[in-house]
Design a protein around this ligand. Sequence first.
Ligand code: UD1
Ligand code: UDP
Length: 364
Amino acid sequence: MKIFTVLGARPQFIKAALVSKELRKNHTEVLIHTGQHYDKRLSEVFFEEMGIPQPDYNLGIGSSSHAHQTGLMMIEIEKLLSSENPDLVLLYGDTNSTLAGALSAAKLQIPIAHVEAGPRMYDKSVPEEINRVMTDHISTLLFAPTVRAMENLNKEGLFEGVYLTGDVMLDNFKYFLKKAEKGSQILDTLNLEKKDYILVTIHRARNTDVEKNLRNIVDALLIISKETDILFPLHPRTKKFLTEYELMDTLIKSPNIHLIKPVGYLDMLFITKNSKIIVTDSGGLQKEAYFAKVPCITVDTSTGWPETVQQGENKIFDNVNNGFINSDKIINAIRTFQTSNKYKNIFGDGNASTKIENIITGFF
Ligand code: UD1
Ligand code: UDP
């Protein structure tokens, strides 16, 4: 069968790596890269390190406002769907590339399979929430990573075609961690010791685009950096706003803050596994912190992964004061969070990719 996969952003390349490998055993895959992420460090590096086949088409859409970006993607995807005539469209996660693929396929009445269906933040001010809800409701096969995700879908009346597969990110974590542990030199290069630094990633629009929020997050990091090293790979969106708000110099000059460019997946797994605490607003990194058994402080008021909070490994807190993120609340969370260390297999057994391939094969 011919499967038409639409990818566009960093977490999607990562999620697709092992599923694509499985699918190509029995099916033909046509890979579309929308070009939403285009920097080498946000795109090419994952194709190289994770052995993802080169895209058959790169739409080169790039960055713009939500509707403009999604609309341009849809125009190009529709053309390709008409010429390629696939049996199924395969989508991952919750980016604008996901939504563009979903709407284009649904209008042509091509069945859609959605990997990572069902997480909900119940907050429509989050652009990704809109993308997930819309995509789930027009998908034919919905692959839920957790029981909670499946229940969320059921609550919205979605039962048919819903499968509990586990999380493909756990498959990747298990498969690539051994390689990372053998090959990564990043901590030596940075002169950092294992379990002696906090790993930070920030890129959500709410945290970066609002000046006062980003300023308060930076203030918290500056104070915490007096107590411990901080390793901070910068997403380009965050770099752009740190520069615009003139916050970059202070961070660069702070001796214990190690600002680095975005890293490849293997280095990322290595610095995740060996950090003592993770401070992040990334959905994917919250899960990887759980897989790596590293305490996670989430810089957001809600999460798509409440399972990790319930297990006592991820801290979500009211981080706002007078409508803006509050530095003291972040500092306090970092200083005081104690995990429960009661890990359960809430994300499955690391074989989600095989299960997904089996379900897709059975569908035809
Ligand atoms: C997107 C996804 C988000 C996901 C994130 C993963 C949406 C709505 N958001 O957010 O769900 O968590 O990817 O990292 O789809 N930029 C570059 N180089 C690039 C790509 C982006 O410099 O290769 C800069 C541009 O200034 C751009 C900004 O980053 O305007 C934001 O990029 P965009 O893809 O719109 O959103 P992300 O914040 O990356
Ligand atoms: N990641 C990476 N290099 C980095 C930062 C993140 O490889 O410099 C990986 C991270 O390990 C996870 C994924 O990117 O697998 C998460 O993507 P991101 O935080 O961009 O998006 P989200 O998960 O929030 O949608």
